[in-house]
Design a protein around this ligand. Structure first.
Ligand code: FAD
Ligand code: NAD
Length: 155
């Protein structure tokens, strides 16, 4: 089977969009990821799947912690930035919470310590034990990803 067929099929599964962030050598680093899932309530675990070619893979391996920032619908540009799809670098302001850089306007920030990892093909699953959660009081719609494009609810 060719890669395009696989990606087209996986693209039929509509997801939200997250930016996985961590602190590395005193700086914030981020990577766009939609391979994110809630795993367990007791203990509270989530998982993100990170490709071995992504710099974030080695970084999270070293830092042992990450935050998952669930993007709101007006944050498509941040998704493109942290996927390396913008031509120019641009500054991003992070808030810092318990040593984690987080995106303050995200729908939710889920702070984790790496609980365990599982190498699966060309990706590694990073299971995170959740240590803190921040959420906005006001409601907000998520940024969605479907068929390789960004969408919002009701579109
Ligand atoms: P880099 O190339 O180092 O960083 C990515 C970009 O973020 C660069 O442009 C960099 O300048 C910018 N950046 C990083 N930190 C900062 C900062 N502090 N301030 C400003 N800019 C900064 N890949 C996966 O492995 N798993 C997934 O689940 C996944 N889901 C994706 C979902 C979508 C919708 C998209 C578009 C891409 C997805 N990707 C996923 C691909 C992944 O986002 C890219 O391959 C990414 O570029 C890999 O990043 P990297 O760790 O190599 O980081
Ligand atoms: P696309 O058509 O490549 O993505 C559709 C779906 O295919 C994604 O939602 C994901 O489920 C799957 N997918 C894509 N690339 C994958 C990979 N390398 N490993 C495992 N699953 C993958 O959408 P696009 O707009 O062309 O994507 C932009 C870029 O972001 C591409 O380079 C793509 O590879 C990357 N991406 C990677 C992942 C991932 O690693 N899990 C997920 C989404 C997008």
């Amino acid at each position: 089977m060719d890669d395009r067929t696989f990606r087209n099929a996986m693209g039929k599964f509509a997801t939200g969009v997250t930016v996985v962030t961590t602190e590395f050598q005193g700086e914030a680093k981020g990577m766009t990821a939609n391979a994110f899932m809630s795993v367990s309530l007791d203990p509270k675990l989530v998982v993100v799947s990170i490709g071995h070619k992504a710099r974030m893979h080695d970084i999270v391996k070293q830092t042992g912690k990450f935050a998952v920032n669930i993007l709101r619908r007006d944050q498509e540009e941040l998704s493109r930035l942290f996927a390396g799809q913008l031509k120019e670098e641009r500054p991003v302001s992070f808030d810092w919470v318990n040593g984690h850089p987080i995106l303050p306007e995200a729908l939710a920030n889920i702070l984790c310590n790496v609980h365990s990892t599982y190498v699966a093909g060309d990706h590694t699953l990073y299971f995170g034990e959740v240590t803190d959660i921040l959420m906005k009081d006001e409601p907000g719609d998520p940024l969605l990803f479907f068929e390789g494009k960004y969408w919002s609810i009701g579109q």
